[in-house]
Design a protein around this ligand. Structure first.
Ligand code: ADP
Ligand code: ZN
Length: 527
């Protein structure tokens, strides 16, 4: 293995062990190997790394990779070393000795790839170091971070324009998974790459059918989905907790579906065994936390099911994207309910990270909820999220296109619900979640209702027109629309700034009509 390797394809086979390039990879690699600048927009999991790793190996010198994800550098470098690639990194987690040794290897021309955090390039010493070695290519990962109006701006990225000024002959490749057209333009402008060739991979996965159903009895819903549409198929079921992956796998096995759990708490041997069975066997179901899937390359995964809400649209897209790599019809199915919203909001509020981090997590969740609650085409919404224009306004291959949901005027029921929340707010010190609010609306004399005299409230029993499940749907949709919020570890319901406009009858609330029972459709009977 060495930098004299001259054929990109050979490197792909020999070093990485892959049969063929995927999608735009080959075009990108050829362009960069030939010395051209490139801007690459490709979904997460699409295979961006090879786009700069192979040119780094094929061209003479060291490939310099700028990445803000310091926490991942060690893993990336370890994975490359396991393939025999001479990779290293320099970042703030290293002690001085390690850094010195890495720098010496670079100067001696003993590295194929060197990963750097962007802030290092602000230091003259780093620029000085780089000029003492030979550079094959600059790769700027997460390039959308340079866009000031983007969601992830990092000031350190602005300094990267120096690379083109100081090393005009070294090709640069900027990569990102999310970019609106405007961000895309900003990348080329701020990095000073006016002549870069743009490679935009399509994000659409037309063979994947997207479906999101209201959660009632999730395990049972999953079972009938599998039995009716995917009997004998291989697939992945994602759950949030390790415990529920095990319970769900057991449940499926008891009901005649071969399933194994997969999560980081299992010992390495079990994990490896389950993973290799999944790759080898035809119809195994893996019930997993998100720990499963990184680097899994199985083309005939026929479905990906979510029993819990992913934290972001990026996560949802990446996980569902593991279905149908072979191009055959596949399903992305998710059951989603009120508890998901409450739980995730609580996780964000009680979680670590600073205010900015929490705000970002909340906005990711909001986009995910918007996708769940939309009455329009899910595919179109997904594509727009990633800054791509859908080919048609409705795709004909998602649940909302196949059976457009009806909406209804939920203004009055929303007012009833919000007024109940207002009443309870006045009771000092007491905090109540959705369960108590719904019991009040339904006029149920439970022990907890009696204990707090809630049967004495004027709103007691004013909501008998809806059943409990329907009320939960209303709460969930109001949470998703930002007309209601949850607070604290018990999931207390509270009003938002927007709630007032509903209570004051200044606005209408449109709600999505939900099937009383989870709909089971057989639209895929041709498979
Ligand atoms: P990204 O950086 O775009 O999120 P990665 O570069 O991490 O994606 O690649 C995602 C996965 O796809 C990795 O497991 C990688 O090994 C695999 N992969 C990438 N290119 C190919 C290919 N041409 N053939 C097979 N697997 C590939
Ligand atoms: Zn659609």
């Amino acid at each position: 293995m060495g930098v004299t390797e001259s054929d990109a394809r050979q490197t792909l086979h020999r070093v990485f062990g892959y049969e063929a390039f995927r999608g735009e990879q080959e075009a990108v690699v050829d362009h960069v190997v030939a010395g051209g600048d490139a801007v690459v927009l490709m979904p997460t999991g699409g295979g961006k790394s090879l786009c700069y790793q192979i040119p780094s190996l094929v061209r003479s010198g060291t490939g310099i990779v700028i990445s803000p994800l310091i926490a991942l550098m060690q893993d990336q470098v370890d994975a490359l070393r396991a393939l025999g690639v001479r990779a290293g990194f320099v970042n703030s987690t290293q002690d001085l000795d390690e850094r010195r040794s890495m720098e010496a290897q670079y100067v001696a021309g003993e590295l194929d790839l060197l990963y750097l955090a962007p802030e290092r390039l602000r230091l003259d010493s780093t620029l000085g170091l780089l000029s003492r070695g030979e550079i094959s290519v600059f790769a700027i990962d997460e390039a959308h971070c340079v866009a000031q109006w983007g969601h992830d701006f990092r000031p350190d990225y602005l300094a990267l324009s120096v690379l083109g000024e100081r090393w005009p002959d070294v090709p640069r490749i900027a990569l990102t998974a999310t970019a609106t057209a405007a961000t895309h333009q900003e990348i080329t402008q701020r990095l000073g790459m006016p002549d870069a060739k743009h490679f935009v991979a399509g994000f659409d996965r037309p063979n994947i059918q997207y479906r999101i159903v209201p959660k009632a009895d999730p395990k049972k819903q999953l079972l009938s989905f599998l039995k009716e549409e995917h009997a004998g198929d291989a697939g992945i079921v994602y759950c949030l907790s390790r415990n529920s992956t095990e319970k769900t796998a057991e449940y499926l096995c008891r009901n005649g579906i071969e399933a194994v759990p997969y999560h980081a708490g299992l010992d390495a041997g079990t994990r490896a065994r389950h993973q290799s069975r999944f790759l080898r066997e035809e119809g195994l179901v893996v019930v997993a936390t998100i720990a499963f899937g990184m680097g899994i390359d199985k083309p005939d995964v026929r479905f990906v099911a979510h029993l819990d809400l992913p934290k972001s649209v990026e996560g949802y897209y990446q996980e569902t994207g593991r279905a149908g790599r072979d191009g055959a019809p596949s399903t992305a199915w998710m059951a989603y309910g009120l508890q998901d919203v409450v739980q995730q909001r609580k996780l964000i509020q009680g979680g670590e990270g600073d205010e900015a981090f929490r705000r970002r997590a909340a906005s990711h969740l909001d986009s995910m909820l918007a996708l769940c609650e939309t009455v329009r085409c899910r595919r179109a919404q997904l594509l727009k999220y990633f800054g791509q224009e859908p080919a048609t306004a409705s795709c004909g291959n998602c649940d909302t296109c196949l059976a457009p949901p009806e909406t209804w005027d939920g203004t009055v029921v929303s007012q009833k619900l919000l007024s109940t929340v207002v009443r309870l707010k006045r009771e000092r010190g007491q905090k109540f979640g959705a369960g108590q609010i719904i019991d009040i609306l339904l006029g149920r004399k439970t022990a907890k209702i009696i204990q707090f005299d809630h049967d004495q409230l004027s709103v007691f029993g004013i909501g008998e027109e809806l059943a409990e499940a329907e009320w939960r749907g209303v709460v969930r949709q109001l949470l998703a629309q930002g007309l209601l919020a949850v607070e604290g570890e018990y999931g207390t319901l509270v009003l938002t700034e927007e709630s007032g406009s509903v209570l004051g009858r200044e606005r209408e609330v449109l709600l999505r009509k939900e099937a009383p029972k989870p709909a089971s459709r057989s639209s895929k009977g041709d498979r």
